[in-house]
Design a protein around this ligand. Sequence first.
Ligand SMILES: [Zn+2]
Length: 78
Amino acid sequence: MKTMTCQQLGGPCDLAHHGMTADEVIKAQDRHLKEMVAQGDTTHESALKEMKGRWKNPIKGMGWYRKTKRDFAAFPEG
Ligand SMILES: [Zn+2]
């Protein structure tokens, strides 16, 4: 199990996401951004927009995705 924060995933806060894979924490972050914005939080709006742009633009988003996977792999377990 590894931990990545909202901030490490391009967001504004330090909420920690836990997962076994980079995909898990990326999905958790996606969910978190949507929840925060749905609650009226404006600080997460730009991060959500960027995240949505990545899904729409898989080629452009791939660089971020690869970097996140690399970062995740570099983190110690626990
Ligand atoms: Zn956040």
